[in-house]
Design a protein around this ligand. Structure first.
Ligand SMILES: Nc1ncnc2c1ncn2[C@@H]1O[C@H](COP(=O)(O)OP(=O)(O)OP(=O)(O)O)[C@@H](O)[C@H]1O
Ligand SMILES: O=P(O)(O)OC[C@H]1O[C@H](OP(=O)(O)OP(=O)(O)O)[C@H](O)[C@@H]1O
Ligand SMILES: [Mg+2]
Length: 285
């Protein structure tokens, strides 16, 4: 039997719930709601899950003590660990921005000589160094928006999701986004990809495709099938099957979920009927 694959999963914070849900959808065993196990075995899949702080996951993966892990792209870059992103997972999205009181600065080069507070010091130091900006980086653990009010910093660099926290602290975004982040699967940068990792990647990809697409079926007159196929090209090519009713065909294609209603309207307008949309439960593409 091959060696057990070790996977690190966030134990708390905004990535923990969606990460466990995605792994469950991919057919792996996960902790039941509210459980606080630090390790969980999934003998059917020959996998062991380690529930760790999201900030630490890239460090464990980089050291080789676990094979792969789920963390944020921002946390991976901040860690400076020899781990690399192998798959973006489509959840936990956020944008990392500079913010300050109005009138403090307009662009990054204005930060020279100022104090910038953040809980992503590694990421920030690299960013400033790459642009040759000499600012003092103040390392904080969280609630960095308050640092300006308390006089500890002039500027902050932090995750912005809705912008509510910034507004409440009287701050506004300065300059371009520093980084767009989302949850990612990470593996050791120099490591070979064992078959178990390839299998995990295929399963996670399958979950993402099943979430992003729906299956669309409809009937249409044969002479309009080219037009219809242009509206529903599918991933490679739509399936067209003969119907018992003369002059008509049945078409089946995957359609992006977000476009399903518009595509149905367009199909209806060219004479398609019996248009049905169904969820894709799982897939391997
Ligand atoms: N609104 C958000 N606030 C913070 N992090 C977010 C948010 N939305 C997505 N993320 C992502 O979640 C990861 C941070 O997760 P982490 O669990 O460390 O922080 P958290 O969600 O703020 O939890 P906590 O504050 O309880 O430590 C980062 O990759 C970050 O980009
Ligand atoms: O743009 P918003 O929707 O307001 O979200 C962004 C805020 O949410 C997170 O803080 P969190 O609540 O996790 O507290 P923390 O700073 O202590 O981590 C993040 O650090 C920002 O402060
Ligand atoms: Mg937080």
């Amino acid at each position: 039997m091959s060696t057990t694959l070790r996977i690190a999963v966030p134990n708390k914070g905004s990535l923990a719930g969606p990460a466990a849900e995605m792994l469950r959808e991919a057919g792996y065993r996960q902790r039941t709601n509210g459980a606080r196990d630090l390790v969980l075995r999934d003998p059917d899949n020959n996998v062991e899950f380690f529930y760790l702080r999201p900030r630490d996951i890239a460090v464990y993966v980089g050291s080789g003590t676990v094979d792969v892990g789920v963390t944020g792209r921002d946390l991976l870059l901040d860690s400076g660990s020899p781990a690399e992103e192998v798959l973006a997972l489509g959840f936990g999205g956020s944008t990392f921005h500079f913010a300050a009181r109005p009138g403090t600065a307009e662009k990054v080069s204005d930060f020279a000589g100022l104090r910038v507070a953040t809980s992503y010091a590694g990421l920030l130091e690299t960013y400033l160094a790459e642009r040759g900006v000499d600012a003092a980086v103040i390392r904080l653990d969280g609630a960095v928006e308050t640092a300006v009010q308390l006089g500890v910093a002039d500027v902050i660099a932090d995750v912005v999701e809705t912008g509510t926290t910034l507004r409440q602290a009287g701050l506004e975004i300065v300059g371009e986004p520093i980084l767009k982040s989302e949850a990612v699967l990470v593996a050791r940068a120099d490591g070979a990809r064992p078959p178990a990792v390839e299998l995990l990647l295929r399963r996670l990809n399958g979950v993402m495709v099943a979430r992003e697409y729906v299956m669309m079926d409809y009937d249409i007159r044969a002479e309009r099938v080219e037009e219809a196929s242009a509206l529903t090209p599918g991933l490679e090519s739509p399936t067209v099957s003969p119907l018992h009713r003369e002059g008509w065909v049945a078409v089946r294609a995957m359609v992006p979920r977000a476009e399903a209603q518009r595509v149905m309207d367009d199909l209806w307008a060219i004479g398609a009927r019996a248009i049905l949309v169904t969820d894709i439960l799982a897939c391997r593409i």
